[in-house]
Structure formats: structure tokens, C-alpha cells
Design a protein around this ligand. Structure first.
Ligand code: ADP
Length: 165
């Protein structure tokens, strides 16, 4: 039987417990998941692609069915290249819906063989985004319990280094 594979695309700048909750749920449906970091030259990330990959890999220790990769260009083309016909996205509050709906319809227009699938996050992570985590951490807030340990550590280092320069 062929393997069921999905792509989980995003910026993951940095990965949070919300993202990990989606990964865990997805692994109950799919045999293999590729976390695909979008390398978007228009966005200015806090963490480099390499730093993001390292944090994801460290957070996922013990999940052999998850691969971490990067992509640029059209997501549907990347999905086909990876032999995955599902794009997985997480949904939080209603505010995610409009943008996700627009993206899903555009992706369907571009390639009808690739399906978008949405998983709802656990209520605990409903209001967690990488952006709000970075804001809180940048102001010295305690973000423990919201991100993996390695991310908490790297955020502290990042903002401490920024202060000292
Ligand atoms: P993007 O810049 O593409 O939105 P993100 O890294 O912010 O990339 O998010 C990647 C995916 O993870 C998106 O589908 C987003 O809705 C989902 N996601 C982000 N935060 C959470 C969370 N707290 N719970 C569940 N899904 C989330």
C-alpha cells in the first residue's frame, strides 16, 4: 500500500507548541509528514532557516516519520515533487480562516490534485502564534510552557545578544 504523506508548510519562526500539536494530530492520520519551511525573501525572520531547522529537529526528537525541509516557489509544485497530495494547515481563532480559505482556493485553482486539510488546534494553543511569542520574549516575558525548551533557550539567547549589540 502506498504511504499517505502530507506537507505542513509555514514560517515556523520559531516552532511553538501549537505547531507541535498539529504535527502530533497529523501523525495519527498520515504515515509521513514533511514540515516545510518557506524561504520567503520578502519576510524578515528572527531566526535563520538553519536555526529554525535545528530547533524543529530538536523538538521532534523521537518522531521518525517527520522530515524537515525548505521550499521556495509554488507550494503545490513542491507538494507534487514530494509525492504528497495533502497540504496541512492549522486553524486557530476565526481570524485565520479568511486567509487560509483564500490560500486553499488559490492552491486548488493551481493544482486540483492537491488537497488542503485543516486541523484545529488544541484550545490551549488557540491564541499562540510565533509572532506573539517573539513579542513577549523580546520584552522579557516568560514563555515557558508555550514553546519547546530549545526554543525558549534560543529566544533568550537571541534577545540577550540583541541587547548587548
Ligand atoms: P505562516 O507564516 O505560513 O502562517 P506559521 O509558521 O505562522 O506560518 O504557521 C504555519 C501553520 O501553523 C499555519 O497553518 C498556522 O495556522 C499554524 N499554526 C500556527 N500557530 C498555531 C497554533 N498555535 N495552533 C495550531 N496551528 C498553528
Amino acid at each position: 500500500m502506498s504511504q499517505k504523506c502530507a506537507i505542513y508548510p509555514g514560517s515556523f519562526d520559531p516552532i511553538t507548541n501549537g505547531h507541535l500539536s498539529i504535527v502530533d494530530r497529523a501523525l495519527t492520520i498520515f504515515d509521513k509528514l514533511t514540515i516545510a519551511i518557506l524561504t520567503n525573501p520578502q519576510k524578515e525572520p528572527l531566526f535563520s532557516v538553519k536555526e529554525r531547522i535545528d530547533m524543529i529537529k530538536e523538538s521532534l526528537k523521537g518522531s521518525p516519520n517527520v522530515e524537515v525541509d525548505t521550499f521556495g516557489g509554488l507550494l503545490v509544485d513542491y507538494a507534487i515533487e514530494k509525492k504528497a497530495n495533502v497540504i496541512l494547515r492549522g486553524l486557530r481563532a476565526l481570524s485565520d480562516f479568511e486567509y487560509e480559505f483564500q490560500m486553499a482556493l488559490m492552491n486548488r485553482k493551481l493544482n486540483r490534485e492537491v488537497q488542503s486539510l485543516f486541523l484545529m488546534t488544541d484550545y490551549k494553543w488557540f491564541y499562540i502564534s510565533s509572532t506573539i511569542i517573539k513579542e513577549a520574549a523580546g520584552l522579557g516575558g516568560d514563555i515557558s510552557g508555550l514553546v519547546p525548551k530549545i526554543v525558549e533557550k534560543r529566544l533568550k539567547e537571541k534577545f540577550r545578544d540583541a541587547k548587548n549589540t
